[in-house]
Ligand binder design. Sequence first.
Ligand code: OAD
Length: 260
Amino acid sequence: MDSALPREAGQLLRDARRVVVFTGAGISAESGVPTFRDDLTGLWARFDPQRLATAEAFHADPDLVWGWYEWRRARVSRAEPNAGHRAISIIQNRAPECTVVTQNVDDLHERAGSHKVIHLHGSLFAPRCVAAAHPAAFAPVSGNATPDEGRPVPPPRCASCAALVRPGVVWFGEALPEAALTAAVEAAAECDVLLTVGTSGVVYPAAEIPGIAARVGATVIQVNPEPTPLDRVAAINVRGTAAHVLPALVASAWQETVET
Ligand code: OAD
């Protein structure tokens, strides 16, 4: 286990022509957005995914499910990107090619300056109707009042076909958006370095992405304070938090300072 940042990590990043950054909920933890599987604070420690994150749950109680996602959308809207997100946007600017692939449904990578972010699990900000997937609008988050986490909120109706509007996220049992998955797999299969940050690496098919890179000979660097199943895929495991380690990585690669 490496607790400090090995010098070779910065060198590998600087020398890479094609980089993939693969992120999970841990990248946003230091922005105050809860992860899913951390003990006590993780969303799945406090809420039952079967009641909130499946198509069946939405069918059974749309108000409960929509209200929970509205609570999450409000929380994310009030969060700010952290130094880890900013470091990734610098990596994207510095590397000749860099694709950011995230499992997160927040928009913190984009707000930190990353572009063309591939969202494997959809977005809190792209609701659509259940009947025909018409994109839907919703009220902007306003004021300081965060909706109560358990308060039911009726979902809006589609302006085109009057069907219920659902969150634009991937639920358990649903397929990932095909174009996003294909683009992520292609980027992983062509990269020299894959940096995986803040994911437990247990949700498939997303969790296969680092392994795809490793199989084509890319160096996988993992940043996570805890061990994960990806430890054995990664050539370099850095135990630390994203907002701490990623600015150090950028400094090591390009002597550039990330605003903290
Ligand atoms: P998890 O909650 O499963 O894992 C979060 C990971 O982040 C853990 O390995 C933590 O150790 C690590 N972590 C915590 N704080 C960190 C920090 N400050 N810096 C770096 N790492 C940190 O979240 P995901 O792996 O993203 O799916 O979960 C994958 C999918 O499971 C999610 O996209 C979601 C969930 O069910 C859907 O909603 C479809």
